[in-house]
Design a protein around this ligand. Structure first.
Ligand code: KIV
Length: 271
């Protein structure tokens, strides 16, 4: 990478400075070269190669089936498409829980084979050992608390988490613990806004919310959801910035009728 590109790159330190200045952090998912290039060019701060690829790219019902090899494949394309954003890759289900050695080797594979800059994993105290072991290799780790989709079969539903005081207290402690373990940021998913704001104030690392209100240090959305590609997913926290479902359906419909009618290609569109 050239020196100019390196100078522009968002780093974990830049995010820390943004929090200190009260400057909000923008984060979005991407899973391939072409869209990562667009998102990076638009000026996003952080790109998450999320295991939501399991849903939006592969069509699975949950994030559980996606493999480490598949995450690395997605991450490689994203890395090739980006010059500026910090690229964080999700450690998929089964590659870090309950086994710190496995966690480290999974994180090393992501960093070595994709060229991404950091990994993200779900959970608090139960994954603290994995966080520390990954950090011991100099790999930045982002935490993820609240609704953690890899535990969907434990929760049983995708409803808002930590509404009860017992779970809220545990989440507060886990956020502190992740900060102390050395995480450079934490994602809080689908928890009450007041709790998320309190957690963001209580830690010195950036807290990025999804369905966690405005009182945090930044926001993340799944790209395909905010672009309106998927019409069926309508949670309250989602703001749609485009209606690509209709745009793509109309464009492809027009192409089909032009092919069928013989209108495409015309004489200017041939050799
Ligand atoms: O996988 C993902 O897209 C995520 C975001 C929802 C934060 O983890």
């Amino acid at each position: 990478m050239s020196k100019t590109k390196e100078a522009k790159r968002v780093t974990t330190h830049v995010l820390q400075e943004m929090k200190a200045r009260g400057q909000r952090i923008s984060m979005i998912t991407a899973y391939d070269y072409s869209l990562a290039r667009l998102v990076d060019g638009a000026g996003i701060d952080v790109i998450l190669v999320g295991d939501s690829a399991s849903n939006v790219m592969a069509g699975h019902e949950t994030t559980l089936p996606i493999t480490l090899d598949q995450m690395i494949y997605h991450a490689c394309g994203v890395v090739r498409g980006c010059e500026r954003a910090l690229i964080v890759v999700d450690l998929p289900f089964g590659t870090y829980q309950g086994n710190t050695k496995l966690a480290l080797s999974s994180a090393i594979r992501i960093m070595k084979e994709s060229g991404a800059h950091a990994v993200k994993l779900e959970g608090g105290r139960e994954v603290a050992g994995s966080v520390e072991r990954i950090l011991s290799a100099g790999i930045p780790v982002m935490g993820h608390l609240g609704l953690t989709p890899q535990s969907i079969y434990k929760f049983g539903t995708y409803v808002v988490r930590a509404k009860e005081e017992a779970e809220a207290g545990r989440l507060r402690e886990d956020a502190k613990l992740l900060e102390e373990a050395g995480c450079f940021a934490i994602v809080l998913e689908k928890i009450p806004a007041a709790l998320a704001a309190e957690v963001a104030r209580s830690v010195n690392i950036p807290v990025i919310g999804i369905g966690a209100g405005a009182g945090v240090d930044g926001q993340v959305l799944v790209l395909h959801d905010m672009l309106g590609i998927n019409k069926e997913f309508n949670p309250r926290f989602l703001r749609r910035y485009a209606d690509l479902h209709h745009i793509i359906t109309d464009a492809v419909g027009n192409y089909i009728s032009d092919v069928r009618s013989g209108d495409f290609p015309n004489t200017e569109e041939q050799y």
